[in-house]
Design a protein around this ligand. Structure first.
Ligand code: SAH
Length: 657
């Protein structure tokens, strides 16, 4: 049983105060109202998550932070009469009821309205009146109001609502193109015929449907005008990049040659340009700048196979071919194959083995292998628990909010029943693969460390959350440190991992709201400006991905980036491919220090729910030292013989089957 009061206080601290809501009365109201009483049955445990939740009729209960921000913006006094449009779950109405003397709330969906009314009165909010109607027309019989709060986004500010404001009254409403996000506006009636408007920032709401709103839930307008000044600033600072296979491409990154660690990101796990660019940069760093460690977001045993291959060392008897489990395409693709072949060729010419370049996996020991084992076990023992597990593993990424997954919560007890057995399986598997490993780095002590943290990880990763993520990123960082130490005091490493790992989490919602840390952040803390964090991004194109964990690889269209996102600003610069070096461009760096949506595509890509599933707020110029841009991108090509790929011929060692 969750301690809701504790969760509520933690929510107010982490999600609300830290994001800048200061009004003590609003904070007190959020600490007071039991949000779990306003979510659907079975969803209670998610009541204090930092996200909207589904509440039926295709609607959502707003994210707690948004409710707080709107309540604060409405500047409600204890004697105020307040009108709310969009009752939904009734949660925001309860918050308003804590702040005002009377609350009137209108909802167009009858079922939602009656359920909310029941909940509100059940919770003792007798001074809230609910009505079923089109709220864009307001509630003329009860007007004027001291404050009006609209919980759905319309194309413009309804005149009826403005007219029902008392003098001095505030109307808080999201307005804008609903394909993208809306702006949260505050309209203050300063005199009978005088209204002042303030823009409080970008938000995302369900549509306001009605006479002075959208025609229906699927109504659409052409995209709003995007801001021009920022794209122009970016265009001015961006350094054009030559084609990736031009040697001049890698040379653009010579400026980072004196760093101890260079972290190269990616905005998806299936984009060819990101792999090829990182290969070109890494080759240059190895050839010209003395880098000898390439450490990637991959399982240790699989990378160890490639490490032996690039050093022309024999493979131990009975070892399996690398990267045979989901998501195979991440490493078993033509771009990685070409890079591995280059690395082997390079090492062939380096006689001193200690100067050869190595290829290592940073991820928690054998993570994909362990997930595969869990799924295989559950498939046998409890297929419904296996289905839930597949979905859960798909959402191990901290930026991903998947309301659909919450819906399966009821089935979760199936996993609990198997957990002990599952963890035991993982542990056996781990011990087996460690005994097969004859790598020169892994001594007995480190094996023990791996076993300890891996077992904990198997246990917590199923349940998700910051603890899982932090355990994993800390492990990745410690492995990187060990690799650097083992290679000597002058050693230098290149890291390949997703933007979500190599960016500094303190400047994204991952860190500031969810308490998550990253390899990139730990590198900055440890190595200061001897670490370079380089993010990658794209506007549109195609990407290799899956719809669920363990699913077939698919090629999906990457949606054009949403208005006001980091990506849309880069796209609007008009440049196709560039390097944006924040350390050399103060103006652009300052302009991009305000948080705005940034896209994260992992192994799983769900374009249908893209805004919710794949964007989080980030201050890009603080998150990274530099940003590499490819406006239009293409998917990686998996090796023939990979799962779902035609052809059995082993075309290129070591990935052929
Ligand atoms: N304040 C709510 C948020 C609900 S989402 C909460 O805390 O749960 C917005 C709600 O606005 C939806 O329930 C939707 O059905 C409703 N809505 C949209 N257009 C409306 C209109 N014209 N009049 C009244 N309600 C509307």
């Amino acid at each position: 049983m969750l301690d809701y009061e504790h969760a509520r206080h933690r929510m107010v601290e982490a999600q609300i105060s830290r994001r800048g809501v200061r009004d003590e009365r609003v904070l007190a109201a959020l600490r007071q109202v039991a949000r779990e009483a306003f979510v659907d049955e079975g969803f209670e445990e998610f009541a204090y998550e930092d996200s909207p939740l589904p509440i039926g009729s295709g609607q959502t209960i707003s994210q707690p932070f948004i409710v707080a921000r709107m309540a604060e913006a409405a500047e409600i006094e204890p004697s105020d009469r307040v009108l709310e449009i969009g009752t939904g779950s009734g949660y925001a109405a309860a918050i308003l009821a804590e702040l005002a003397s009377e609350v009137f709330t209108v909802e167009r969906h009858r079922e939602l309205a009656s359920q909310a009314e029941e909940r509100l009165h059940g919770a003792g909010y007798g001074h809230v009146t609910v009505k079923v109607d089109d709220g864009t027309k307001g509630w003329p019989e009860e007007a004027p109001f001291d404050a009006i709060v609209v919980a759905a986004g319309g194309p413009s500010v309804p005149l009826s609502l403005q007219e029902q404001l008392d003098i001095g009254g505030r109307l808080v409403i999201p307005v804008g193109d609903r394909c993208g996000e809306q702006r949260l506006l505050r309209i203050t009636r300063v005199a009978a015929n005088k209204f002042e408007e303030e823009d409080l920032g970008g938000v995302l709401f369900v549509p306001l449907v009605g006479a002075e709103g959208w025609i229906d839930e699927d109504d659409r307008l052409s995209p709003r005008q995007t801001r021009k000044s920022l794209p122009e600033l970016i265009a001015g600072a961006a350094e054009d990049l030559p084609p990736i296979d031009d040697p001049a491409f890698g040379a653009k990154f010579d400026r980072f040659g004196d760093r101890r660690v260079i972290l190269l990101g990616e905005a998806s796990h299936g984009t060819s340009e990101f792999y090829r660019a990182r290969a070109a940069i890494t080759q240059r760093l190895i050839k010209r700048h003395g880098f000898t460690t390439v450490a990637v977001e991959a399982d240790w045993p699989d990378a160890a196979y490639l490490n032996r291959h690039v050093r022309s060392l024999p493979q131990p008897a009975g070892v399996s071919l690398p990267f045979q489990r989901f998501p195979q395409w991440m490493w078993r693709n033509t771009d990685v194959t070409a890079f591995i072949a280059w690395l082997r060729g390079h090492n062939d010419g380096v006689k001193d083995a200690s100067r050869q370049a190595g290829f290592y996996g940073l991820d928690l020991y054998n993570m994909s292998g362990s997930i595969a084992a869990v799924l295989a076990y559950l498939d046998k023992m409890d297929p419904s628990a296996a289905a839930v597990a597949r979905e859960r593993y798909g959402c191990l990424t901290p930026w991903q909010n998947e309301p659909a997954t919450y819906g399966r919560v009821v089935l979760r007890s199936g996993y609990r029943a198997c957990e002990v057995a599952v963890v035991r399986q993982c542990r056996d598997l781990l011990e087996r693969s460690l005994s097969e490993d004859n790598g020169d780095l892994l001594d007995a002590q480190q094996s023990a460390r791996l076993i300890a943290s891996a077992e904990k990880y198997y246990r917590v990763m199923y349940y998700g959350g910051a603890e899982t993520w932090n355990l994993r990123d800390r492990h990745m960082f410690e492995t990187l440190e060990r690799l650097l130490d083992a290679a000597g005091p002058d050693s230098k490493a290149v890291v390949w991992a997703h933007n979500s790992h190599i960016g500094d989490a303190r400047h994204t919602d991952m860190g500031s709201v969810r308490g998550e840390l990253t390899v990139g952040q730990l590198c900055r803390e440890r190595y200061g400006n001897k670490a370079a964090l380089i993010g990658f991004g794209t506007h549109s194109g195609k990407v290799a991905c899956a719809s669920d964990w363990d699913g077939e690889m698919e090629i999906k269209e990457v949606r054009p980036s949403v208005p006001d996102s980091v990506e849309r600003l880069c796209h609007d610069s008009g440049k196709r491919s560039f390097l944006l070096d924040f350390t050399r461009n103060d103006a652009v760096s300052d302009a991009l220090r305000a948080p705005r949506p940034e896209r994260f595509i992992g192994v799983i890509y769900r374009p249908e729910t893209e805004r919710l599933s794949h964007y989080i707020d980030a201050a890009v110029s603080r998150q990274f030292d530099s940003f590499v841009w490819f406006d239009k991108t293409s998917p990686i090509t998996p090796m023939a013989g990979s799962k779902g790929q035609p052809g059995k011929v082993p075309d290129t060692f070591p990935f052929g089957v």
